[in-house]
Design a protein around this ligand. Structure first.
Ligand code: HEM
Length: 451
């Protein structure tokens, strides 16, 4: 763990003055000294001994050495990046990418040494844990040193989405590190840049990083996905056919390992599984369905062992949550880092919620992938609880992540994916859906009759 030593030294037009630590909130003003040590190494690897001193002299800095336990003003880093790019005779963007690649072996080693990066992690895993615990370990809130915010959202085993909102605008460094990680672990890492702060001067970069490997695209990390299902005591939905008739029932996970999952399902479903030798599954927290082969079925015991899981692209696999679009939108409060924002529920499912934001709410795309807390009352007239009924709306408090914020001429909406959903919350959502169906079904039938 890096320990911040005080006082910090600060830099003012080439002079080193003592800096009395102060609380800095929301602004990145200081860079960890490690960056300078690595930049020194990078430049001298390419240009030989003495190049670093020359770069330092060229920006008029008196300070010649940097220490990993200290933090230095952003401007020092910005000036030195430009000076190093000049020395290497390449554009700043290219230098930062190359520097990123150069950093990787050292970062991985340091991450292992500090216990921040598990030995089994590869590029996508490291990215998933970049903010917490990796970068957050280099912050010191008491001293006002905040880690850069690189928000990462794991979409599936082989893919993450990244929002980089830093005022330092070092996205080329980020891309260099990402590609360098791929090389380091011999993985076919690729990225797609959706939005870049350097094109159009926007406030953020948004990219997806993925493993460009057809096998990996459909790979299911059984242990990871079924741990989530199991811990939430969540139901799965199975889809089979029997003599051409669709059979679709919910079931539960009884046991899971790295290769196999034992599930419990109604007799009819198990018989259909046995007959087909495979089954399609929808899992609440996954946006895509799964296909599994049936290893063994114990119809009498009420369970089956499934293996050989893959993500599907087929119609059954492209599962949808049971989504409710309330006739009358209801109020919801989003809390982000202690601030409340008001909105109304546009639609809601067991996976997430779409919210239309009040005009006065200043949420924009820079809030992407941020963790949020949500509070609302689900407008249920009654809820079935065992043999009893509970009357009235049900209060829910959930956690989630902002997936996107979009605006059209009519309104601004935020889509939020739920992260933690207890069995009870799922049950309430299901009850809400059932009531919705009861109301909506006659209308749907009427509509279908007319087609
Ligand atoms: C794929 C993995 C990684 C990526 C893409 C990445 C990317 C970045 C980027 C873009 C920055 C500059 C952010 C800014 O200032 O705006 C940064 C800073 C930093 N990173 Fe990483 N990084 C990765 C892994 C690691 C690891 C494994 C470690 C160490 C265990 C690490 C330690 C640091 C430190 C110490 C800083 C400077 C923080 C500061 O001074 O505020 N990074 N990283």
């Amino acid at each position: 763990m890096v320990v911040l030593k005080t006082p910090l030294s600060t830099y003012d037009k080439g002079m080193i003055i003592e800096f009395v630590p102060q609380r800095i909130t929301g602004v990145f003003n200081f860079v960890n000294g490690l960056i300078f040590l690595a930049l020194d190494d990078f430049l001298e690897t390419h240009k030989g001994a003495g190049a670093w001193s020359e770069a330092i002299d060229s920006v008029g800095l008196e300070q010649q050495s940097f220490e990993p336990e200290y933090f230095y003003p952003d401007q020092v880093a910005a000036d030195l990046f430009v000076a190093v790019a000049k020395k290497l005779e390449m554009p700043l963007s290219e230098m930062l990418e190359k520097f990123g690649r150069h950093l990787v072996p050292g970062l991985v080693k340091m991450g292992h040494h500090m216990g921040l990066v598990k030995k089994s992690w590869r590029t996508i895993d490291i990215l998933e844990h970049l903010q917490e615990p990796i970068l957050s370990s280099f912050s010191n809130i008491d001293e006002g040193i905040l880690a850069p915010e690189i928000r990462v959202y794991r979409l599936k085993h082989s893919e993450v989405a990244i929002a980089y909102v830093s005022k330092r605008k070092l996205c080329h460094l980020l891309k260099g590190i990402v590609m360098g990680m791929g090389e380091y672990f011999s993985e076919p890492i690729m990225f797609k840049e959706r939005v870049c702060m350097h094109k159009g001067n926007g406030p953020l970069c948004r990219l997806t990083v993925y493993l460009d490997d057809p096998n990996m695209v459909h790979y299911v990390d059984i242990n990871r996905e079924f741990k989530i299902v199991h811990s939430r005591i969540e139901e799965l939905n199975f889809y089979n056919q029997f003599s051409g008739i669709p059979i679709n029932h919910p079931g539960l996970v009884l046991q899971f390992g790295t290769n196999e999952v034992v599930i419990q399902a109604p007799r009819e479903q198990l018989v259909a599984m046995k007959e087909e030798g495979k089954t399609y599954i929808s899992v609440n927290h996954l946006p895509i369905g799964l296909k599994a082969m049936v290893k063994e079925v114990e119809v009498k015991g009420g369970y089956a062992t499934l293996h050989d899981f893959h993500m599907t692209n087929g119609a059954v696999g492209q599962r949808c949550y049971k989504r409710v679009e309330p006739k009358k939108r209801f109020a919801i409060t989003i809390n982000i880092a202690g601030t409340d924002y008001k909105g109304e529920v546009h639609n809601i499912s067991g996976g997430g919620v779409k919210i239309s934001l009040h005009e006065s709410v200043h949420l924009n795309e820079t809030f992407l992938f941020m963790s949020v807390s949500l509070a609302f009352s689900l407008p249920l007239k009654w809820v079935q609880k065992g043999d009893t009924m509970e009357l009235g709306p049900q209060k829910l408090s959930l956690e989630g992540n902002i997936l996107d914020i979009t605006e059209d001429e009519k309104e601004r909406t935020a889509r939020i994916m739920f992260t933690t959903l207890t069995g009870h919350n799922l049950f309430l959502m299901d009850q809400y859906y059932q009531r919705y169906l009861e109301d909506a079904q006659p209308l749907i039938h009427e509509k279908m009759r007319k087609i």
